[in-house]
Design a protein around this ligand. Structure first.
Ligand code: ATP
Length: 235
């Protein structure tokens, strides 16, 4: 599964005119590729993720997730793609204070209407994959910021999505812990053959590209792609 965005343009109403949040953006993220999007505040990073994740339909251009042209799909079909194919990790850690780590993951299953018991093994395996097997019974206040973000990542992978979209996962972490989170995502991209896009205004946590496992870094300015860096590897 992959993400392909071609010439996506998105505008928002702005007073009497329109503000261009995305300006002819094209990105190609095949399975197993980890793309980072950076840029200053207001450059369109969150808009790009929202369009990639089928939450917003662009004014023009195409978005293809797997083999489905999302831009031509109706709301029901888009919701299905989102449910089955897309895992989101948001900036805030959105964990529910009263729930243990494993229950945070199972809640995602409840919301998707799947049977809980069947998914306990999957949840435990995912917590193990992100290094939290021993913390499955802990509540958010008993976990560090980095651990909470790992729970978020594990939760996004419940149900086996093929596209992982991550919004500023390191904003509440110091550089070292932030980089560990980026490296973890890179490992999961390889192991699970995910197509992944991470948004970050913080180049330091992305590290020197290849070293942290990022295949390509795209810089957005005023909604348009200003530069692409494949860190010395083939594009
Ligand atoms: N719902 C909305 N309605 C109107 N304008 C919006 C809306 N969402 C975003 N914008 C505007 O679109 C532009 C791009 O916003 P976006 O949130 O995508 O940028 P960003 O790079 O993610 O910013 P940040 O790093 O601050 O989160 C900004 O000028 C923003 O003010």
């Amino acid at each position: 599964m992959s993400l392909k965005m071609s010439d996506a343009t998105l505008t928002y109403p702005d007073g009497r005119g329109r503000l261009t949040a995305l300006d002819n953006v094209s990105i190609d993220v095949p399975a197993g590729r980890f793309v980072a999007v950076t840029g200053p505040s207001g450059s369109g990073k969150s808009s790009l993720l929202a369009v990639a994740g089928t939450l917003i339909t662009p004014d023009s251009g195409d978005v293809i997730v797997g083999d489905v042209a999302v831009t031509g799909a109706d709301a029901k079909e888009r919701a299905r793609i989102r449910r089955e194919q897309v895992g989101f990790v948001f900036q805030q850690d959105n964990l529910i204070p009263a729930l243990t780590a494993v229950d945070q993951l199972l809640l995602a299953v409840d919301i998707r209407g799947m049977r809980r018991a069947k998914h306990r093994d999957e949840a435990m395996a995912l917590l193990d994959e992100v290094g939290l097997a021993d913390s499955a019974g802990r509540r958010p206040h008993e976990l560090s910021g980095g651990m909470r973000q790992r729970v978020n990542i594990a939760r996004a992978l419940m149900g086996g999505p093929s596209l992982l979209l991550v919004d500023e996962p390191t904003s509440a972490l110091d550089t070292e812990r932030g980089r560990a989170v980026v490296e973890l995502i890179a490992r999961l991209v390889r192991e699970r053959d995910l197509a992944a896009v991470i948004v970050s205004h913080d180049l330091a946590t992305l590290g020197p590209g290849l070293a942290s496992g990022v295949d390509e870094t795209i810089e957005l300015v005023d909604g348009a792609i200003r530069s692409r860096d494949t860190h010395g590897a083939a594009a």
